[in-house]
Design a protein around this ligand. Structure first.
Ligand SMILES: [Fe+2]
Ligand SMILES: [Fe+2]
Length: 275
């Protein structure tokens, strides 16, 4: 049986997340015999929001095959033209067709094509987006001619919406990973139809932060209801979270899944982030 092992890494937050990714990704790839890497970069920009074309190149240089995103994709305008010219950075597919970029792509790995779809949830998020269920369904129809290995990054807030889409697609895709909440769930498994699933990958960022951002201003905001400036937390320990799935190339079904959570107690993060 020929298989391909794909590693998914959750939302990388700012310079802290990028430094952590760069320091540990090679070792993780070797330890777990990873063939391909898909990383969510929606928070990889300097303020924990958005992504730039230089950061996209940084991820590619460090082994990422595809970079998925989410609701923060529009924060840095610099990425818009990159999205229009390249498909290795995806934006959620259910934004209006006129918005920059696309939400679906394929890449080759060990001589096989692998499809990737990025889509955003609507529950407690932007409910004006197209239905994620129907959007993914039509993209699967488009991809089926090219490959039987399809992975979905569902960037959504609620467990029920993520689980609902995973069950809806079970047996039609190889795997679905949830992103956006930045908190890793412990429910990774293979669904009855052969689709690998985890409700949320978690993030790459400071462990004792709030979703990668310094907690003090956010607590102040809860107490006072006054606007505050959010800053990326650079303190250690830093966590890197994700999951790998091993897919049988002949059936497109996932045959193994394992959760990844690496903690670095002393990560040296620079003080200046020029992105
Ligand atoms: Fe995020
Ligand atoms: Fe998000």
């Amino acid at each position: 049986m020929t298989t391909i092992r794909v590693l998914f890494i959750g939302d990388v937050v700012g310079l802290t997340g990028r430094t952590m990714f760069q320091k540990h990704i090679d070792r993780i790839r070797q330890t777990h015999a990873i063939d391909a890497i898909i990383v969510n970069g929606e928070n990889s920009g300097s303020q924990g929001r958005g992504i730039t074309s230089r950061i996209a190149q940084f991820f590619k240089h460090n082994g990422a095959n595809v970079i998925t995103t989410g609701n923060h994709i529009w924060y840095n305008r610099e990425i818009y033209s990159y999205l229009d010219k390249n498909t290795d950075v995806l934006r959620p597919a259910n934004f209006p067709r006129s918005s920059p970029g696309v939400g679906v792509t394929t890449f080759s790995c060990k001589g096989y094509e692998i499809g990737v779809i990025n889509v955003q949830g609507r529950v407690f998020m932007r409910d004006l987006l197209e239905c994620p269920f129907r959007t993914v369904e039509s993209l699967i129809t488009y991809l089926k001619d090219k490959t039987n290995m399809i992975f979905v990054d569902f960037h959504a807030e609620t467990t029920s919406e993520k689980m609902g889409l995973a069950y809806y697609l079970d047996g039609k895709i190889s795997g679905l990973v949830g992103t956006h909440t930045h908190i890793q769930t412990a429910d990774e498994r293979i669904l009855p139809g052969g689709t690998g699933y985890i409700t949320d990958l978690g993030m790459v960022g400071s462990l004792n932060s709030m979703l990668g951002m310094q907690k003090e201003p956010i607590i102040h905001n809860f107490l006072t209801q006054m606007p505050v400036k959010f800053s990326v937390d650079t303190s250690s320990p830093v966590v890197m979270s994700g999951v790998w799935m091993e897919v049988d190339v002949s059936t497109g079904k996932t045959v193994a899944i394992e959760r990844i959570r690496v903690i670095d107690d002393a990560l040296e993060v620079g003080s200046q982030d020029d992105e």
